[in-house]
Design a protein around this ligand. Structure first.
Ligand code: GLC
Length: 737
């Protein structure tokens, strides 16, 4: 009896003791991240580890149900939180609580040249993702704008690595401050959509390191992104979702990336390569937009049963598996299981106003003769609005970044709302482009059906333009096939749907014509000398109409600057002049090397239609003479430059002061100048501020492929302070000893 009694007591004591020990370290939020990861890893079976490394549905992968480690939920996209889709299909799940705030396309964010806007963007978008319980945002995209025909340029931040690298960091920090991971994409060299799943990119190391990698490196080393998405294309013959050069050598070894490499959807093609070449999570295989999905499709993923079988047969060990799972567990503890994680918010007016502010700051005034803009609301009694893009939704379409938004103010609505009380606003279609507005089952509000012919529409518009005080034409592209869309590059630089003829005819009957280019790309403007005012309106998101109206009537003084060069004609672009686009026989050769964008225009002395960094204001800015705190410095020193900038106009405004560096003599060919700094400053009318730039040798360096490192060569350099890449206001020489 007693023996039993004591054994029960002893047993219950052990139970109590064990119960205390039962709280696993990984649940103990005070423990260091690494301790939690190792502890959780030690508790997992091989099957559980395998399950973590591949999708279980369109946008989710398994956690560890037995251990209370949540599933991972991914969501597109860079501009807003994608509406819920069915478990294993792209089509809509039909939820009624997932209408988001759509933010401006990233190329509009970049055009603000304002790091605070990038931070606001990331924070707001991260709150939306958090509220929708997504712990990985599949964005931002930072691929370099190599050709104006690339269908996805609107999802990226332009042609310059320094601008992109600088703007992506605050976006990442903003999103991740919500306990949501960014998944910076598409790593790397995904600069076209043609043959995107198979094209092999041939590029020299200088262009790779100086142009195509810097934004990703900044995302990892300065932004601290918790995930990176491998791209579909190949480099050195390897598919980039399991490319040993990019993922093992550069990303994980050279840059010390501790996060998760997630494959683009359908980007995995081989189990062994997926195991050994740096991939951590496989998504979208078989169900990559195709209809091959089978009920057990997920078990047949390359990193699913095939991998498990290789382990069981002893063909591979579990070292690589443990490394993948450590990274995924780290993601779990930084997101789903992070202590004191905020709760997010969704579809709020606050986010809508953030989207509006970013759109307003990103809009670029390209041309403004005879002060057609801002529209004078005293004298103007009749405004004619022309063009399909005045009414067409730009939030729907374009591929995986397509959204279902809470609302969308069209340019026409924005203008009518803003001036309708005092000014008659008449609308004519002008042309017909794409009458559908449907992506994966998300359909836009207004129908675009049209029966009249192009000639009838054009005649109607020209007739109406005759007695309007101002004509505002909303044209450009529209995210439909080959018109700024994922999966389909543009077929030419020209505007589609007969817009050029219409613009010319409108200009022929009304001198006060404003052309607003709604696009994510440069377009040809053969009528450039007939049109006095031109605005780059971008794909501006939920509040686009209010933002554009505010700029057109002068409530907002435009301060955006171009993030890519507008060539006069396609042959002025290097990829189409000396490089290749979109390549042939499965390969594309970046023969232009480092001379991308303005780097090419400078080298070839080609005058662009509009330059990188160009953007006008309703006021004027005067730059003083730049000075430096030292005329020569050593590689461990820093140089500080000072330049006074004054608002010499009659209204407040913002200016983006740009710093370019010229290496006056170098042993390897270098661009004439390269962007190495920028500051956006607000100046009241008449106000003057001194802008300072502090640079070190990194601003002078180029990548030396022979040494495989960055080199700052002693010699003379020049700092150019500019209002655009072709509008240098002041410069100063200095020497690196
Ligand atoms: C798409 C895109 C990628 C997106 C993913 C999921 O094909 O390339 O940017 O995040 O698949 O939709």
């Amino acid at each position: 009896m007693f023996k039993n009694f004591f054994s029960i007591v002893a047993l219950s004591f052990v139970m109590i003791k064990n119960t205390q020990a039962q709280v696993p370290v990984y649940l103990d939020k005070t423990k260091q991240l690494k301790d939690r990861v190792e502890d959780a890893l030690s508790r997992m079976t091989v099957e559980e580890k395998i399950a973590m490394c591949h999708a279980q549905s369109k946008f989710s992968s398994a956690g560890v149900p037995r251990l209370g480690i949540p599933d991972n939920w991914m969501t597109d996209g860079p501009h807003g939180i994608r509406p819920e889709v069915l478990w294993d299909q792209w089509s809509q799940a039909g939820w009624t609580n997932d209408s988001c705030i759509a933010f401006p396309a990233l190329t509009c964010l970049a055009a603000t040249w304002n790091k605070d806007m990038a931070a606001l963007y990331g924070k707001s978008l991260g709150e939306e993702a958090r509220y929708r319980n997504k712990n990985v945002l599949l964005g931002p995209g930072v691929n370099i704008y190599r050709s104006p025909l690339n269908g996805r340029n609107f999802e990226y931040m332009g042609e310059d690595p320094y601008l992109t690298a600088t703007m992506v960091v605050p976006y990442i920090k903003g999103v991740q401050s919500n306990g949501v991971a960014t998944c910076v994409k598409h790593f790397a060299l995904n600069n076209q959509e043609t043959d995107r799943h198979s094209i092999n990119v041939v590029v020299d190391d200088r262009a790779l390191y100086e142009i195509y990698l810097p934004a990703f490196k900044a995302a990892v080393q300065e932004g601290g992104t918790w995930a990176i998405m491998g791209s579909y294309n190949k480099y050195k013959g390897f598919q980039n979702c399991h490319n040993p050069y990019l993922l093992n050598d550069i990303l994980k070894k050279e840059w010390g990336f501790e996060g998760v490499v997630i494959a683009d959807w359908g980007g995995v093609h081989d189990t062994k390569q997926a195991i050994f070449n740096g991939l951590d999570m496989e998504f979208g295989t078989w169900t990559d937009g195709l209809t091959w999905g089978a009920s057990n499709a997920y078990d047949n993923y390359y990193l699913a049963v095939p991998y498990l079988n290789m382990i069981r047969k002893g063909e591979v060990g579990t070292k690589e598996l443990d490394d993948k799972v450590r990274r995924i567990l780290r993601l779990e503890f930084l997101t789903n299981m992070a202590p004191d994680r905020p709760f997010g918010s969704f579809g709020t007016q606050e986010h809508a106003m953030a989207a509006k502010k970013i759109a307003e700051e990103g809009i670029v005034l390209l041309k403004n003769q005879q002060n057609v803009l801002p529209i004078d609301l005293i004298k103007t009694k009749k405004i004619l609005v022309v063009g399909e893009n005045a009414i067409k939704s730009m939030i729907i379409g374009g591929g995986s970044s397509s959204l279902k938004s809470k609302y969308e103010i069209s340019p026409l609505e924005g203008l009518q709302k803003r001036v309708g009380e005092t000014v008659e606003v008449k609308y004519v279609r002008g042309y017909v482009g794409d009458t559908s507005s449907n992506y994966n089952g998300v359909v836009s509000a207004n129908s675009l059906a049209e029966k009249r012919s192009a000639d009838v529409l054009r005649a109607e518009a020209v007739a109406a333009a005759k007695d309007a005080d101002v004509v505002v034409f909303f044209g450009g592209l529209n995210k439909s096939g080959h018109q700024d869309s994922e999966g389909e590059d543009r077929l030419g630089l020209e505007l589609p749907y007969g817009q050029d003829q219409l613009v010319s005819e409108l200009a022929g009957v009304n001198k006060k014509l404003v052309f607003v280019n709604i696009s994510g790309n440069a377009v040809a403007m053969p009528w450039i000398n007939e049109v006095p005012a031109i605005v780059q309106g971008w794909f501006g998101g939920t509040e686009v109409g209010n933002a554009i109206a505010a700029v057109l009537v002068g409530d907002v003084n435009p301060s955006g600057k171009l993030t890519f060069t507008f060539p006069v004609k396609l042959e002025d672009n290097p990829a189409h002049s000396v490089g290749e686009f979109p390549g042939k026989n499965g390969e594309v050769n970046y023969k232009e090397s480092i001379f991308v964008g303005y780097r090419w225009s400078d080298k070839q002395k080609i005058r662009p239609l509009f330059s990188f960094g160009h953007g006008l204001s309703y006021t004027t800015f005067q730059y003083g003479k730049v000075t430096a705190d030292k005329k020569e410095f050593t590689a461990t020193d820093k140089v500080t430059l000072f330049v006074a900038v004054k608002n010499t106009g009659s209204r407040d405004g913002e200016e983006v002061v740009q710093l370019y560096i010229s290496d006056l003599k170098s042993s390897l060919p270098r661009p004439v100048k390269e962007l190495k700094g920028f500051e956006k400053i607000f100046l009241k009318a008449g106000e003057e501020k001194v802008v300072t730039f502090t640079i070190d040798k990194s601003a002078l360096s180029y990548f030396d492929p022979a040494k495989h490192e960055w080199v700052a060569e002693p010699g003379d350099f020049e700092a150019l302070i500019a209002a655009s890449s072709t509008d240098v206001r002041t410069k100063i020489k200095f020497r690196l000893k």
